[in-house]
Design a protein around this ligand. Sequence first.
Ligand code: DP6
Length: 341
Amino acid sequence: MGPRVTRRHVVQQILRGRSKEPVREQGIGRAPVNIALCKYWGKRDAELNLPRNSSLSVTLPGMEVEMRVEVSGEGRDEVVLEDNRLPQDEAAFQRVVEYLDLFRGAKGLRFRVESRSAVPPAAGLASSAAAFAALVRALDALFGWELTPRELSILARLGSGSACRSIFQGAVVWQAGRRRDGMDSFARPLNIVWPEFRMGLVLISTAEKAVGSRPGMNHTVETSPLYSRWPAVAEQDLQRMLAALEGRDMGALGGLAESNALCMHATMIAARPPLLYWEPKTVSAMKRVWAMRQEGRRVYFTIDAGPNLKLIYPVEEARVVREVFGEVREFAPLTESASCS
Ligand code: DP6
């Protein structure tokens, strides 16, 4: 075992020989929200956000975050979300500032970061993955680095693990990798075109969750007696999901995504103390999905570290999904224009 690899080492390695000075007034970057079908849950390295298992997601077309970065005229960092300046004691402010610490160079540059999101707060979607991916793209533009998508993905991962997937569009795999420096842990797009594939958001609650996914996954790894099974289950699910995607097999893909999400939640529920993100309405929505399947409908769900469900179904089921769930916000993540970057 050599010395521990830090985020700073990784950044130095990627930016070696590249500009330390901004090449333009302002850098602008955009990136979409992604929803995992095979979940990232648990880290082998918390500093570098290196996962214990590979994962698979789809991006939601139109659900983008835009970031603008410039050198601050005020000599200190400013983070402005939708025209609201974040107070310095806010966790989100500190997370962005710690990330910016990696890019200040010898001059100790301070930045002004402005974020705008097309993700309505009422959609119940966490947009931090999109935000870090957009921020990396904005920094790349500001400094004129012209990084490759793979390098952008690695840098985005240092901000939030799932952000490495938001560098790409459509169906995206994040390979866990084995290296200690994480240079083999990045996402890649699968370029799967499957116009019939739908994801529908069932909103249960938009209240901020008590435990975020970062502390939630760390607590699960540390205390859940069921966690040790998870990485192997997820790797196997992923291989089967890739085959189902390749074969455009909705039944196989939806079923695997649903059981993968439930398996992740089982590890959390078994944590000590337990971690349960579900509300009573979450459970009744799950039961409605299962009742639909009993009637032969090809409707499945996935669920992240929160109470809201994301339905997975082919377009033929869209009408009945609306009948059962009312207005769901529906996405077609794998149409040609949505899935090719
Ligand atoms: C349940 O990427 O938010 O959404 O790496 O600590 O920032 P950090 O965690 P984060 O975790 C996402 C967890 C998940 C599953 C997934 O998106 O794969």
